[in-house]
Design a protein around this ligand. Structure first.
Ligand SMILES: Nc1nc2c(ncn2[C@@H]2O[C@H](COP(=O)(O)OP(=O)(O)O)[C@@H](O)[C@H]2O)c(=O)[nH]1
Ligand SMILES: [Mg+2]
Length: 319
């Protein structure tokens, strides 16, 4: 699935992409160098849909290239989702013309597209003029087109731009039979885990930190959303202690610690986290009773678990 993220230099396109899809925090993208030409990144959004983001760097010379006879078909054809992004603090006299040419090319080369999205970014800044930019860009749209273009004032810094992108991509999951099939199979697997143990299961996609699915259905947990889900970033003094114990026991082989499972406990529950390959993290909330914990651990070493693992590492061949 091709997502075209287009707009003038400095709009926030690269920041949006990296904070939403690669789990970077805003500080890490605060000093990005301008993108040269088009950067293409591939990742599996929410663990369910393969997304190919074309981040089209917006300096004048690149803009001219994208609209040129030799490149425009390559850039604007076969788009699934088209997002235009502008910096609302800058009313640039060329923006209207750029937007108009962009819309024309989308309509020509990807006419099947139902909605065009426009993100008016940086509304966290005092001098943001999203209303004026909205008026300005609307002037190039015919009445018919106005119905198809959705403008949203957002801020990458505050997280609302990421929310909007997630909403847009979630709609694509709903339209993709393949993604829904995969979701169905994963869900089936988790439900069977739940039936066999006294636990609820939550599966997170590692790169974007988003929930894939859970035995309690879909929910969002705000603080989690824009972080990479890394269970392995705990301090590793434990390795030194472990090595020491092996030494004391006279065991010479140094086996690397495999940090892929962590257990916490609260008054009522055990909370277990387990990596599934490089792609996902499974969280289980287990009723606090030793047998239940053992059952879950047994489950996580069973064929059922390996099936889930296989499902999650499956290559998606849909565009
Ligand atoms: N204040 C503020 N700055 C932002 C926001 N989004 C991006 N920026 C900054 O704007 C600059 C350009 O962002 P970048 O992602 O490189 O823009 P691109 O050229 O469209 O890829 C960077 O310094 C970002 O940190 C935002 O929502 N608010
Ligand atoms: Mg960029």
């Amino acid at each position: 699935m091709k997502v075209l993220l287009f707009g003038p230099a400095g709009a926030g396109k690269t920041s949006l992409m990296r904070t939403t899809c690669l789990g970077y925090n805003f500080m890490r993208v605060a000093n990005l160098a301008p993108t040269k030409g088009i950067s293409r990144e591939n990742f599996i959004f929410r663990g369910l849909i393969e997304v190919n983001i074309w981040d089209a760097g917006g300096q004048q010379k690149y803009m001219e290239q994208y609209f040129s006879e030799t490149q425009k078909e390559f850039v604007f054809s076969e788009i699934t989702t088209a997002i235009f992004m502008v910096d609302s603090t800058k009313i640039d006299p060329t923006i209207k013309e750029i937007f108009e040419t962009y819309v024309m090319n989308i309509l020509e080369f990807s006419p099947h597209i139902e909605k065009l999205y426009v993100l008016l970014n940086k509304i966290d800044l005092q001098n943001s003029q999203e209303d004026q930019i909205y008026e300005l860009l609307s002037e190039v749209l015919s009445d018919d087109l106005k119905e198809r273009v959705e403008f949203t004032p957002v801020s990458v810094k505050e997280g609302t731009a990421q929310h909007r992108l997630i909403e847009i991509l979630d709609q694509e999951i709903q339209k993709s039979t393949l993604s829904l099939q995969k979701l169905g199979k994963i869900r089936h697997q988790l439900d069977s885990f739940q039936r066999d143990t006294l636990a609820d299961y939550f599966l997170f996609n590692r790169p974007d930190g988003l929930l894939i699915t859970s035995t309690l259905g879909k929910f969002e947990s705000n603080p989690l959303e824009f972080m990479k889900f890394e269970i392995g970033s705990l301090d590793s003094n434990i390795y030194k202690i472990y090595q020491k114990i092996l030494e004391l026991k006279g065991i010479n082989t140094i086996n690397p610690l495999n940090l892929d499972t962590i257990t916490y406990k609260s008054e009522e529950s055990y909370i277990l986290l387990k990596d599934i390959g490089n792609n996902a993290v499974l969280l289980a909330i287990i009723k606090k009773n030793e047998q239940a914990l053992l059952d879950v651990i047994r489950k996580l070493n069973s064929d059922d678990f390996h099936e889930l693992e296989a499902l999650l590492s499956e290559k998606l061949n849909a565009m």
